[in-house]
Ligand binder design. Structure first.
Ligand code: PMP
Length: 390
């Protein structure tokens, strides 16, 4: 069933079909684009390219309509049923979205003695903005305490029991990551609301989840969702920050204040439409299965160590769900060398520190990250090459 669904999809990515000798396995860094996105960009630039504006001429009106339409598409994509109490701001990616929350919003919310809880071993983009915000406040004489989000090593996600022990009446804000960019683990963010209570603002880094699996602000009950369009099949330089405005001061909508990245927005609209059509449940199932296949294969090869508590999807294991990211190292071959060896066989993987903050950042490793265009054949071929090096 899944194989039949997948058989036509891979052919929709021109860069993939153009290079049959190569296997792109670095989608956590950025994703490839389906023809529908390339066509939408071409269509926009050849029929409507203008700045957004109101009511003066058709190209500007179409540009405005695309921007407004994409705002609504992002809301629907995030399962947001309340268009009046939420906002979508177009950004250049997750980094900008999180920085907006930290430096345009959070700094205006916090008072002396408040506490925030933020990650220490996630992507750097979801660590440094919170500390910067606290430094800005400290310079103004406002003291805010930063607590480190606790992790549980056994399953590789957040430890919500320990989190409960950190929450106090002064806790105002929690930052979390939906899917970890090194380990692919679902960080159990659906448990955070229950743990911190209704009054704490929750900001989600959804860089590795939006576009890969269904993301529902309703189910997760969060207040901010930042994601990168370019990791969700849209153009580089596109992204969005969704915010629920029910709590505190809304972010000022920036779209009308300067020239928005209209081409990026048009590409995001087409990318999300493509993903809706493909079906996010199936995209998720496909990449999770490929990742599990790779993990199981690596486990059978003794020189490789799979990082981050990866468990197989064997029927009887109490599975901590892993998404399409598998990070590993060879016990004897340096990871950067391994990256070069793999590329000599056509595999494009990520090596090195992987932008991870905290303790895990310095250890060298190889990351394979998958998207809908990857195939079982690519994973098996990769395992064959890795076995030859074992
Ligand atoms: N957060 C996570 C979890 C990521 O994986 C990434 C990108 N690797 C980012 C944030 C930053 O995304 P961008 O570069 O698109 O701003």
């Amino acid at each position: 069933r899944l194989a039949a669904w997948h058989s036509g999809l891979r052919a929709e990515f021109p860069i993939i079909t153009r290079h049959p000798e190569l296997a792109y396995l670095d989608s956590a860094a950025t994703a490839q684009k389906p023809r529908a996105v390339l066509d939408a960009v071409q269509e926009y630039l050849t029929t409507s390219n203008a700045n957004a504006g109101r009511g003066t001429y058709p190209w500007a009106n179409r540009t405005t309509a695309i921007i407004e339409g994409t705002r609504n598409r992002v809301k629907a994509f995030l399962d947001d049923p309340s268009p009046d109490t939420s906002e979508v701001h177009f950004t250049s990616g997750t980094t900008e979205g999180l920085r907006l929350v930290a430096l345009d919003w959070l700094v205006h919310q916090l008072r002396d003695g408040d506490e925030i809880i933020v990650p220490s071993a996630d992507h750097q983009a979801n660590i440094s903005p919170w500390h910067e915000a606290v430094e800005v406040l400290a310079r103004q004489g406002t003291g805010v305490t930063v607590r480190a989000m606790p992790y549980q090593l056994s399953s590789g996600d957040y430890d919500t029991e320990a989190l409960a022990g950190l929450v106090s009446s002064r806790t105002r804000f929690v930052a979390a990551t939906h899917v970890h960019h090194v380990y692919g683990g679902d960080m159990n963010v659906h448990r955070i609301r229950r743990t911190v209570g209704p009054d704490v603002t929750i900001c989600l880094d959804a860089a590795q989840s939006v576009g890969h699996l269904p993301v529902s602000m309703k189910a997760l009950d969060v207040d901010f969702v930042a994601f990168s369009g370019h990791k969700a099949l849209a153009l580089p330089g596109s992204g969005a920050l969704w915010s629920r405005n029910a709590r505190g001061t809304p972010l000022t909508p920036r779209g009308w204040n300067g020239t928005p990245n209209t081409v990026g927005v048009a590409s995001l609209d087409a990318a999300l439409e493509w993903l809706e059509r493909a079906g996010l449940e199936r995209v998720e199932e496909w990449t999770v299965r490929l990742a599990a296949r790779l993990t199981d294969g690596l486990r059978a090869l003794p020189p490789y160590e799979v990082l981050g508590c990866q468990r197989s999807l064997a029927a009887d294991s109490p599975v901590q769900q892993r998404h399409g990211i598998v990070t590993f190292r060879h016990r004897a071959i340096d990871s950067v060398d391994l990256g070069f060896i793999l590329f000599s066989h056509g595999f494009m993987v990520r090596t090195d520190g992987l932008c991870q903050g905290g303790a895990g950042g310095s250890r060298s490793s190889v990351r394979v990250s998958l998207h809908v265009y990857n195939s079982r054949e690519e994973v098996d071929r990769l395992l064959g090459v890795l076995a030859d090096l074992a």
